[in-house]
Design a protein around this ligand. Structure first.
Ligand SMILES: Cc1cc2nc3c(=O)[nH]c(=O)nc-3n(C[C@H](O)[C@H](O)[C@H](O)COP(=O)(O)OP(=O)(O)OC[C@H]3O[C@@H](n4cnc5c(N)ncnc54)[C@H](O)[C@@H]3O)c2cc1C
Ligand code: SF4
Length: 349
């Protein structure tokens, strides 16, 4: 790793004023002009950023450390029952938070399944949502691929077993945040501080960017912008949620396929509203809209859950080596729909 300067941010506004680039921009600049190493980047837990620096994929001049800023830490409840999760809240804190485990179970479950206990203790929610993709060609200094400003995607003719099965034209990354799958199912919003001082909120769904809109970034965060919090709308007592994933290892790994399901059931058990999001399936957490539509107004049973699993695959375009993800996703959706419909005390441990 190359030497770099270190600066402790005194406040979120201080960090926003100091930072010059997003990590994605700094990586692009480094590929285009290797001698230009002026980027000042923000560091939270440092799990992903230091990884990129050790590989020589990001070579910042300075890191601005925000990890000690108390106002970006912790989980609080608003008057209307909405939850504000500070960007520096760790995945470990989210996984064990009693209120979240009750009201937004799928998010606590997703956080608990990410990475390993050591990483969850260090990794912040903000850094997790902003981590760069895991595509091994992107992470290899020897491959100057499209996402790094090159002219070629190596995944299409190469090893694409872990790549996207939806919206995979041009670049086939999968979004690497496990909690994002659940956050989208809860219609979360992100809160952002602009370097000029304004704070604004927007739906997480509008925050992420598909390759067809911009190949070089995964989200719309601009240089100097600081992600300050994630907001979750209040949940009705009748809402039930579940996150399930399949991975090659039970820890220290990303999922091969994942799903978060949130159901709003009426007193008779009919589904008023369903939210179904697939993870490790597309460059963004992927709404399975046809499956959601199919469940609206229906009773949840084996037949409708199976139909939802099949409907979730609508529009899939698997690559040469990743069609195995389709039955995994369909099965996860079926199980998660059936599991979410059960009250928490009746679920398998
Ligand atoms: C072996 C291994 C397994 C893993 N498995 C999983 C998994 O299963 N699921 C999963 O989701 N993740 C997984 N991860 C990834 C890990 O969770 C992320 O790297 C971590 O969450 C990043 O958080 P951080 O706070 O360390 O971010 P940092 O590394 O500090 O930052 C990440 C990026 O976000 C930017 N940034 C950070 N915070 C802010 C902010 N508030 N505002 C603006 N910009 C910001 C930084 O500039 C940087 O570009 C795994 C990692 C490893 C090493
Ligand atoms: S999938 Fe995207 S990140 Fe991976 S090699 Fe292709 S362009 Fe690069």
């Amino acid at each position: 790793m190359e030497a770099f300067e270190w600066q402790q941010a005194q406040s979120p506004a201080d960090a926003a004023a100091l930072v010059t680039h997003t990590t994605a921009e700094a990586m692009l600049t480094l590929q285009a002009r290797p001698s230009e190493r002026q980027a000042i980047l923000v560091k939270a837990g440092g799990v992903d950023l230091l990884d990129l620096m050790k590989e020589g994929l990001a070579i910042p001049r300075r890191l601005v450390d925000i990890s000690q800023l108390r106002e970006l830490q912790g989980i609080s409840t608003g008057d209307d029952g909405s939850l504000r999760i500070g960007a520096l809240t760790t995945l470990a804190q989210i996984a064990v938070h009693p209120g979240l485990r009750q009201s937004h179970a799928a998010l606590a479950q997703a956080a608990a399944m990410a990475a390993s206990p050591q990483i969850r203790n260090r990794a912040t929610l903000g850094g997790n949502l902003l981590q760069r993709p895991r595509c091994w060609y992107l992470r290899s200094a020897a491959h100057h691929c499209l996402r790094k400003g090159g002219g070629h995607c190596f995944a299409f003719a190469g090893d694409n077993r872990y790549h996207a099965v939806f919206a995979n034209h041009g670049c086939a990354i999968v979004h690497s945040s496990t909690p994002a799958t659940a956050l989208l199912a809860f219609h979360a919003q992100v809160e952002i501080l602009h370097p000029r001082g304004q704070r604004y909120r927007l739906p997480l769904e509008d925050f992420f960017v598909l390759p067809e809109a911009d190949m070089h970034r995964e989200n719309i965060l601009g240089p100097g912008e600081i992600l300050t919090a994630v907001w979750l709308p209040p949940q009705m007592p009748a809402n039930r949620s579940l996150y399930l994933q399949v991975a090659e290892k039970t820890a220290f790994d990303w999922p091969l396929a994942a799903v978060a399901v949130v159901l709003d059931l009426d007193a008779a058990g009919l589904c008023r509203e369903a939210s179904i999001v697939l993870g490790a399936a597309a460059p963004v957490p992927w709404r399975a809209r046809q499956a959601e539509a199919l469940l609206r107004g229906a009773a949840i049973n084996g037949e409708t859950a199976e139909a939802a699993g099949e409907a979730a695959l609508a529009g899939a375009t698997p690559l040469a080596q990743n069609a195995y993800k389709l039955p995994l996703l369909a099965t996860l959706v079926r199980r998660a729909v059936l599991g979410a419909a059960l009250p928490q005390d009746q679920r398998a441990p």
